[in-house]
Write a protein that binds this ligand. Sequence first.
Ligand SMILES: *Cc1c(COP(=O)(O)O)cnc(C)c1O
Length: 224
Amino acid sequence: MSQQSIISSVMKILDSIPSDILLVAASKTRTPEEVQAAISAGIKVIGYNYVQEAERMHQVIGNQVKWHMIGHLQRNKVKKAVKLFDMIETIDSVKLAQIVDEQCALNKKKMTVLIEINSGKESNKTGILPEDVDELILKIIDLPNLVVQGLMTMGPRFGNPEDARPYFKATKKAFDRLKNLDIPNVNIKYLSMGMSNSYKIAIEEGANIIRIGTKLFGERQCNF
Ligand SMILES: *Cc1c(COP(=O)(O)O)cnc(C)c1O
């Protein structure tokens, strides 16, 4: 899409959502010009799935926005990821949390993290089951450099947006349960769910972070 159309689609979505909902521009495959256009229209957070792609874009865009890791984080990429990102939305194991914590210590940095929920169960390969999230959080709360602030889920990307609703409901249920646990020093406040085809339903189901690519930038050349 042209920079002008990106600017208008960003503004349209920002206008249509409540102001307390954070719009993350899922920017995989986009050019620096496209990402810059989205920023000029009001995007404050850029999301990437791959550390290397984020790193390249960061060299151009820098810290005029916040950076969220929204893809599965490989352990051998944690070192770079910790330097680059302001939030990692995809923690899904104790081991990964420990490695992130260690790298944070080396960088004298605290990292805000979300736990990725596999709400689709068999259809998603990453994330942990909603019923296992309490146990994971209790195991990582003592890591001094992690700040656990909520949950993220993918849910189905294609098909009827209504089909995503049960996945969002399941994730919201885990989110509410965790909030009610009142774990000391843990402030569960972010619920990241919803993409281009499902963000309206995600907001209805309680999302306060939505991650949108296609609806801001147009179709991707290759779909991943
Ligand atoms: C690509 C991606 C999105 C955005 O998907 P669209 O359908 O292009 O809006 C959101 N979240 C994650 C984790 C993604 O990889």
